[in-house]
Structure formats: C-alpha cells, structure tokens
Design a protein around this ligand. Structure first.
Ligand code: DIR
Ligand code: MN
Ligand code: MN
Ligand code: MN
Length: 301
C-alpha cells in the first residue's frame, strides 16, 4: 500500500506561466500527510527538476510549441512513473500541464499493457499535429498515445500502446471540430456534460467502466484535469470552461474509481496557482487535494 508522489513542475505544453507551481502548492497544502492519514505509505523525493533537461533552442515544429522540451520532460516522466509502477507503487503525478500525461500513461502501459484510461477533462486533448489550431501540446497527448496523425520525429519515443477501446472520457464540453471527427472515426467513448446531465454521474461512471472495463478486472489509470470541474469549483486553471462538473460529481468519479480496487496510477493536472485571486487559488488547491484523497480511499462515512 505505497504511493509515489511524482511532482512535475512543468508548463511547456501550454502558454500560461504558473501551472508549473501547481505541484508545489498541492504538497505545501498538506497533501502528503492527508494521504498518510488514509493509511498509505507515501514516497516523495522532491519535485522533479526539469532544469537539468537542457533545450537550448526549441523553435516550433510545424505549429507545435516547445516540442523538444515537452518531449524530453514527458519521456523522463514516463521513465519515473514506469519505475514506480514496476515496484508495485501507485504513481500519483501532480501537474503541471496535461501534456505530462503522455509520460504518465506511457509509464503505466509499460507495466500494465491492458490498463484502461479514464480521462476526466473539459477538453479531449486529442488533437494531432494536423488538427491542432493552438500548437499547444497539452491539447494533444491522447493522439500521441493512440498513434494518430502523422508522426512527429521528436516524439518517436512515445509508443502507440493505447487502443481506442482502452480509453473513456467524462466531462467534455470544449472539443474542437477536428477532435470530434477523431473521436467519431476511432469510436472513442466519451461522456460529455450532456450525458452527465441526462443520466447523472452515477450512471455515467458505471457506463464508462462498462465500456473500458466490462469485467472490472483491468488496471485503471485515472487522469484528472482540474478544468473538468466547473470554474466556480476550480477557478485557478489555464483554460476554464463554464458548465462543468460540480464538486460532488468530480469527487464521485474519484470515489467510484477507488471502489473498483483497480486504480494503478493517478494524475491531477492543470492547477495554476498564478491565476485568479488568492481565495481562488486556495479553493482550487484544496479541491485538488480533496479529489486525490477521494481517489485514494477517503470515504464520507
Ligand atoms: C484546445 C484546448 N482544444 C487546444 N485544449 C485544452 O489547444 O488543442 N486542453 N485547453 O486542456
Ligand atoms: Mn487536459
Ligand atoms: Mn482541460
Ligand atoms: Mn477549444
């Protein structure tokens, strides 16, 4: 029963400074003792120091921004997450922007090839180098993991280990036209906020798990982008979108995944403590810690 906190102060997958401070704030808010109180042994050897990854020149490739830096950092994260998973520990990766999930999920799949990914987000993060309009790589990690789009040499280390049927989304509400086509063409299961409204979160999580994990026997990687929550719940994030998950809906997802007993890796991404005011930051960091506790066994009764 051991967790490994993988603090990733990294912002290169998107343009707003500050998201690199997310992991530092989460740990400073007392995350580690909170998880220890749930009975976990928690390993934390400090936040990762990506400064040692030296990329002198990183001009765009096509319109992809900071491609060499993102590639090197996510590759290092894949290595670290894979090592913790190999030791039977649950890697808990704190972002940082969501491009990091290219690393975390690669690491998980290196140890558990049949793992499924439950991706909680306002966005699908599945643009390819052809479809991206922003060039921000945090909007692209899923396409790299699936091996979609034309190959970018810089990211050749990312093996297309994820199959579309191993992936499910909950919380989507800002999906680019090109991404909608990718979701349709590849038959990727997604529960947008429309389905959350229609069926309720309990039924949605059940349907999501029925899709990726029908016998409830496969390892689960939960990748949670805090912007899946409504901006009134988690305001300090780089790309907030109104109409998101309530506090309880977000927590319910985490609790339900924990209840399966199948969780092998967990990400919490896109907390940006430099956005909005002090109160917003406190609230967003607190809700981040709270989601992680729920995914790791905190119960209401
Ligand atoms: C948009 C926004 N689809 C993009 N993506 C965001 O830049 O590709 N992802 N914000 O988190
Ligand atoms: Mn995301
Ligand atoms: Mn997002
Ligand atoms: Mn958009």
């Amino acid at each position: 029963k051991t967790l490994a906190i993988v603090g990733c102060p990294f912002s290169g997958g998107q343009p707003k400074a500050g998201v690199d401070q997310g992991p530092i704030h989460l740990v400073q808010a007392g995350l580690i003792p909170q998880l220890e109180d749930l009975g976990w042994k928690v390993i934390f050897d400090g936040h990762h120091q990506f400064e040692e990854i030296n990329v002198a020149q990183d001009p765009p490739i096509g319109i992809l921004k900071n491609p060499r830096m993102v590639s090197k950092v996510t590759k290092a994260v894949a290595q670290v997450v894979g090592e913790h998973a190999s030791k039977g520990q649950i890697p808990v990766t704190l972002g940082g922007d969501h491009s990091l999930a290219m690393g975390t999920i690669s690491g998980t799949l290196s140890k558990y090839p049949d793992a499924c990914v439950v991706w909680i987000d306002a966005h699908a993060d599945i643009n390819t180098s052809e479809t991206t309009e922003s060039g921000n790589i945090h909007g692209m990690p899923v396409s790299f993991l699936l091996g979609l789009g034309s190959k970018v040499e810089e990211f050749s280390w990312v093996k297309p280990l994820l199959k579309p049927e191993q992936l499910v989304y909950i919380g989507l509400r800002d999906v680019d036209a090109g991404e909608k086509k990718i979701l349709r063409d590849n038959n990727i299961k997604a529960f947008s906020m429309h389905e959350v409204d229609k069926y309720g979160i309990g039924k949605v999580v059940e349907m999501a798990l029925d899709h990726v994990n029908p016998n409830r026997d496969k390892p689960i990687h939960l990748s949670f982008d805090v912007d899946a929550l409504d901006p009134t719940v988690a305001p300090s994030t780089g790309t907030p979108v109104r109409g998101g998950l309530t506090f309880r809906e977000g927590h319910y997802i985490c609790e339900a995944i924990y209840e399966t007993g199948l969780l092998v890796a967990l990400d919490l991404m896109e907390v940006n403590p430099s956005l909005e005011n002090e109160e917003s930051v406190k609230q967003t960091v607190a809700v981040g810690c709270s989601l992680l506790r729920s995914a790791l066994g905190e119960t209401l009764l």
